[in-house]
Design a protein around this ligand. Sequence first.
Ligand code: PLP
Length: 299
Amino acid sequence: MPIPHQQIPTPLQKLVSPVFAQAGIEVWIKRDDLNHPLIQGNKWHKLKLNLEQAKQQGAQELISFGGAYSNHIAALAAAGKAYGFATRGFIRGDELAHNNQAWSATLKTAAENGMMFEFLSRSEYRLRHNPSWLSDLQQSYPNGFILPEGGSNPLAVAGFESLINELNQQLDFSHLLCAVGTGGSLAGMAKFARADQQVWGIASLKQADYLIPQIKDWIAEDKQNWHLWTEFHGGGYGKTTDEIINKTNEFETQFNVLLDPIYTAKLVYGFYQLLSNGCFKRGSRVVLYHSGGLQGREG
Ligand SMILES: Cc1ncc(COP(=O)(O)O)c(C=O)c1O
């Protein structure tokens, strides 16, 4: 399904550095941040099959959930606009309801792309996974297609098959590293990567081990080719440290690639930590997956 302004395949950019040469590894970055200005990176892979399903079902509105800085919400609004769906975002934080001065750049952009918002208190927002609350919501919006927070569901996971095929045509990689929020992208990449290719997720939130059973469920087969690293979150979701900020600045200057502070900055930081801990054998061919989210830099 083509989308206006979309660049596919995205470039696989080699990162050349004496540090990598010394460790005897080669490193690339998969520039999926370039695939679309707003439906960037992993968002496109997670949404594409869901959009097809929504069309087939005759849905008229895409509905989902997120915080004020959710890249998924921004991407959903842009996708709705591009494909002729209305969009509705259930946003955490009822204090934002009558205060659009306080909206993040993400919410403002989503609103410009036509998204309607329903602001929920923190306690109401907790119901977003509750089956009976969701079924009432579906009844209230019979023409709506409901996507979970972060857009991760089995169709989202299936959407990574084409990414892995594209990447395998570009390079016979040994390791693929991605940032993790819900784990849907990690599950999709691990599901479609070969058994001899390692897919490593770097969690951007604290105590992310709870994601592991869900990731296994999404993969839905016994694959041993993945790992979730949970120690590089820098204090938790949306938080950071001077060490992460310094590494981000160094990486951006050295390679001329911008990162987002919430996900890909921690991916890059985690990668360098793993490298200095000797986790890559000589001869490894490592790909860092740039999942986009760059509109999040605007706050
Ligand atoms: C830029 C970026 N990278 C990575 C992720 C994490 O993806 P997932 O929720 O599939 O783990 C997100 C969240 O959707 C994101 O916006």
